[in-house]
Design a protein around this ligand. Sequence first.
Ligand SMILES: Cc1cc2nc3c(=O)[nH]c(=O)nc-3n(C[C@H](O)[C@H](O)[C@H](O)COP(=O)(O)O)c2cc1C
Length: 246
Amino acid sequence: MTSLLHLDSSAHRSEESVSRQLTALFARTWRTAHGPAGYRYRDLAADPVPPLDSAYCSLGRRVERNGLVPPAGVDTLAESAAERREWSLTRPLVTELLAADTVLVGAPMYNYAVSASLKAWIDRVGFPGALTDPDTGEGLLRGTKVVVVSARGGAYGPGTPREGWDFQTPYLRAYFGEKGVAPQDLCFINAEMTMAELVPGLARFRSLAASSLAAARAEVIAAASGGGPAGGRSAGLGGRIEATAG
Ligand SMILES: Cc1cc2nc3c(=O)[nH]c(=O)nc-3n(C[C@H](O)[C@H](O)[C@H](O)COP(=O)(O)O)c2cc1C
């Protein structure tokens, strides 16, 4: 049975959230194609992953000193109730991630980067060695497909004034790549200029926003219905945008 882990991280828990609209469309399409049994959902805004604390760091450093330690070995290295608590917050997230064939990440752009709730999850599942094969040193996500659906108020493609300001998708590409996700298994679908509908000064970009959303919806349906991640493709509005929202 194939499995999908669906993560949302927009703080805007509303049907107006573009990343949530698109990930919900992906999930509906995926369940129609594959059935409901392998589907898991985690709302990182509604049910936030706690930020790291000192006990996470002390346990992580002890694990690092011991080389590559599998999850069962971390249990025995924890030396205090606080460290055991940190590991008990971390391990289920790692197990859930490793069980997924496909991971769907809803990612709003906040201040040119990912949301704090998504970053908190990333920091947890990135516990030292948790996503590394202790025998080979390879990333354990090497068979996993990752689909990132990003929503951003502005546009960041080549030729836009804020080209080079996107610290969201390059970051996620580096993170998941380092954990073993193959480039052809990592797909980015971007809805851009989402603020054009809201901000009067961006009204002239409303048709571009609409076409970006329509393209994102089509890519979501293709990816979810088995067209598969599109080889690391990253949709954008290219040089057609002359101003951006930040
Ligand atoms: C705290 C915050 C920071 C934001 N920072 C940016 C930004 O740096 N660049 C940008 O293009 N849009 C920015 N936006 C706009 C969001 O990216 C945009 O509204 C997007 O659609 C949010 O995703 P959502 O619709 O799924 O909630 C920001 C919005 C918020 C709430």
